[in-house]
Design a binder for this molecule. Sequence first.
Ligand code: ATP
Length: 236
Amino acid sequence: VKQASAKSRRTIAPAIALFGGSFDPIHCGHMAVANAALRAFKLQRVFLIPCGAPPHKHNRHLTPYPHRFAMVSIACTERAEFVPSLAEAGDDMSGREIFYSVDTVARFRQESHSDARIYFIMGADQFLEIETWKNYRKLLDSCDFIVANRPGFRLEMLRQVIPPKLFGPGPLGGDRRDRMHPGAIPLRRTAVYPLVTVSSHVSATEIRRRIRLKRKISGLVPPPIEEYIQKQALYR
Ligand code: ATP
C-alpha cells in the first residue's frame, strides 16, 4: 500500500494556474472558471492576474488598476487556493505598463518549482484570438492551457487557430491529469485542455452596461464585489 501511494504521488506534479484578464470587474463567470479548473486539474494555486494596460483592449478605457486589483483580491478570499497577483502591476504599482503573457509565464516559470506544471487559463473567445498575442508560438510552447467553454464560441474551433507544426506528442511523461482529459489537444511540448464543465453567459461588458442602465447585477458578481462597486461608484 505504501509503495502504491508513493507512486501515485510521483505521477502528479505540483500544478499552478495563471488566470489573467482585465477583470473590469471580476464576475461569477471568472469564478466559475477558476473553480472548475481547480477541481479538474488538482491545482495548488490559481493566480488571478489583473492586466496592466492590455494590448488587446486598447480601444476601451479600463477602470484604474487599484480598483480592479482590489476586486480581484476580494474575490480571492472565496478560496485558499486563489491568489491575487501583482505580476502585472509594474514597478510603480500603477498598472500602466503593458505586459505580455509570454513574459509573465516565463517569470512564473523561473520562480516555480522545477517540475511544476503551469497552466494558463483563458476563455474560448480569447484562445480563438491567440494569433494576435505577442510571440504566441512561444507562449503555446511554454505552458499548458486550460480553455474554458464560453457560450457562443465553439471549442471544436480551438484546433484551427493552432499552427500545424505546433501539434505533437504533448507533455512528456504525461501524468494522471492527462489521462483524465481525453479531449486534450497535444502540442509539441504542451497541451491544450478544453474545460467543458463550465458554461456561464456572464461578461464584464454586460455588467458595466447594466450598471449604466441602473439595473441590478446581483447574481452576476460575488456579493462583496457588488458592494465594492456600489461603495466606489464604479461604472456609472
Ligand atoms: P469584457 O466583457 O470586458 O471583454 P470579460 O467578461 O471577457 O470582459 P475578461 O476580464 O476580459 O472578462 O476575461 C478574462 C478571462 O476570462 C478571458 O480569458 C475570458 O475569455 C475569460 N472569461 C470571462 N468571462 C467568461 C465566461 N463567462 N466564461 C468563460 N470564460 C470567461
